[in-house]
Design a protein around this ligand. Structure first.
Ligand SMILES: Cc1cc2nc3c(=O)[nH]c(=O)nc-3n(C[C@H](O)[C@H](O)[C@H](O)COP(=O)(O)OP(=O)(O)OC[C@H]3O[C@@H](n4cnc5c(N)ncnc54)[C@H](O)[C@@H]3O)c2cc1C
Length: 456
């Protein structure tokens, strides 16, 4: 290591908080959220300002060292780390500035969602984004960004007005560019769903934000025996209700034996009770909760589901353009009856349907193509010990294949290395245009990983 560092003395120097393998914080600094991955980068640089990002990209290019951008570390497939390369981490760039009058927020890409929600809430505005508190706004936004405000206010990326991005320039250089609808509009298009890590390193986002105060939330729990009644009802109901209501359903493994639907309405509890009636009439709910709360409390309620999970996981995603037929529900029942352990589940969220802001945008208007989908799915397995890994991964893969006749594509923020035709799954008809943008902004393919957009 000493020798390599000496060589690094020539050319551009790294700046920011630099963590080499001999640093006591190296182990914590290298870890991904998904502990299935344990990679050993050559160095991790925690950038404090844009110049640190520029220096790091130059440093890597001058030495031919592989690089990865990292914000919240939540990549399902460990794409924000790399063996032997440099991680360029922006998590210490976490300023948030709200301009309530003009309804915009300037959010640095190192912020976790919990901090974004809190800072915006202090000014009583909100950005539609995801549920897990420690997911990075950096990666989430570039891939789309779905959550409990999606049907009313669209994806996170639909509210992205401007990006400051460090891109490669020349043979070994790097520079900052401002990307908006007037400047580098093609890169703004690609940044709205094209996925993280492909074009450069985003350091600052400007978002449109919306005034918010209270919302109403619900949670309904059923026993497993109601699966055939509840799942089809939710699938028909959730895209057909007002776009002010976005909801989810999660079917746990049979060992757990529950089905839980949750949702959020921009409106009062009385209206919500009325709207969820069709769900309450399906099967026999064993627990029902409906409540009006300040919006920030609702974000905490939905965040809870993502806490205390097993540390290693395999997840795959897919979109539903219409409700699953009976055969599809049977497949869910079969797989969850034989889940590798109690930490497996199927989760789905409503996205499209009646007046949904997600569906109103044309599939080619941004890089995110799945505009007409009614719902999104996640099939997941979690475990702790390495000995369980293979069984869990194989179960998810068999499950994905079994459901394939009834679902379409996958969300780039739910990446799955097992999907062979991932360009079609993630990008549909937008892949050719994404490649053109890639060739223009990263012709030397500096920003690359297992499923990055290729230059040719
Ligand atoms: C527990 C959990 C809950 C989730 N919940 C939701 C949800 O509610 N809604 C939703 O839409 N998604 C959700 N996701 C998926 C999430 O959107 C993706 O995992 C997302 O990529 C995470 O971004 P990150 O910054 O945390 O991850 P990272 O691992 O840091 O980055 C992910 C990808 O983006 C790249 N990247 C990171 N930062 C930058 C940057 N500044 N510039 C350019 N590229 C960058 C990385 O190189 C990598 O390829 C969830 C994931 C997990 C693990």
């Amino acid at each position: 290591m000493g020798q390599k560092r000496k060589k690094a003395g020539t050319g551009t120097q790294l700046t920011g908080r630099i963590v080499f393998p001999d640093n006591p914080t190296y182990n914590a600094a290298r870890m991904e959220f998904n502990r299935r991955f344990s990679k050993f980068p050559r160095v991790i640089v925690f950038c404090k300002r844009t110049q640190d990002v520029i220096n790091a990209v130059k440093w890597a290019r001058e030495r031919g060292v592989r690089l990865r951008a990292r914000s919240g570390r939540h990549s399902y497939e460990g794409f924000s780390s790399v063996n032997g390369g440099i991680i360029i981490d922006v998590s210490e760039m976490n300023k948030v500035k709200v301009d309530r009058k003009n309804r915009v927020a300037h959010v640095q890409t190192g912020n976790p969602l919990e901090r974004v929600y809190r800072k915006l809430w202090n000014k009583r505005v909100a950005l539609p984004a995801g549920t897990a508190p420690d997911v990075g706004v950096g990666g989430l936004t570039l891939g789309g960004g779905i959550g409990l405000l999606s049907r009313k206010y669209g994806l996170t990326c639909d509210n992205l007005k401007q990006v400051k991005m460090v891109v490669a320039s020349g043979r070994c250089g790097a520079k900052t560019i401002i990307v908006n609808k007037n400047k580098h509009a093609d890169l703004l298009w690609a940044s709205r769903g094209g996925g993280g890590g492909n074009f450069g390193i985003a350091t600052d986002y400007t978002f449109r934000v919306r005034p918010i105060s209270t919302v109403s939330i619900f949670s309904i729990t059923w026993k497993w025996r109601d699966l055939e009644k509840v799942f089809p009802t939710w699938q028909r109901w959730s895209p057909s209700v007002t776009n002010r209501l976005t909801s989810t359903i999660e079917v746990a493994a049979k060992q757990v034996g529950t089905i839980v639907s949750t949702g959020q309405l921009l409106g009062g509890a009385e209206e919500l009770r009325r709207l969820i009636k069709p769900l309450l009439q399906a099967g026999t709910p064993v627990k029902v909760k409906v409540q009006t709360v300040p919006f920030i409390e609702a974000t905490k309620f939905f965040a809870e589901a993502d806490l205390n999970l097993e540390p290693k996981f395999k997840i795959t995603g897919a979109y539903g353009f219409k409700p699953l037929p009976r055969e599809g529900v049977r497949i869910i029942r079969d797989f969850l009856s034989k889940a590798p352990n109690k930490h497996a589940s199927v989760w789905s969220q409503s996205l499209g349907g009646a007046g949904s802001a997600v569906s109103r945008v044309a599939p080619t208007a941004t890089a995110y193509p799945h505009r007409k989908a009614e719902t999104i799915y996640e099939l997941s397995a979690r475990w702790r010990n390495d000995g369980e890994q293979q069984r869990n991964i194989q179960w998810v893969e068999r499950f994905r294949k079994a459901l394939r006749p009834f679902v379409t594509g996958d969300y780039v923020n739910f990446p799955d290395l097992q999907i062979k035709n991932w360009p079609k799954a993630y990008y549909g008809g937008n892949f050719a245009r994404l490649k053109r943008v890639k060739r223009k902004y990263d012709p030397h393919n500096v920003f690359r990983f297992a499923q990055s957009i290729p230059v040719d």
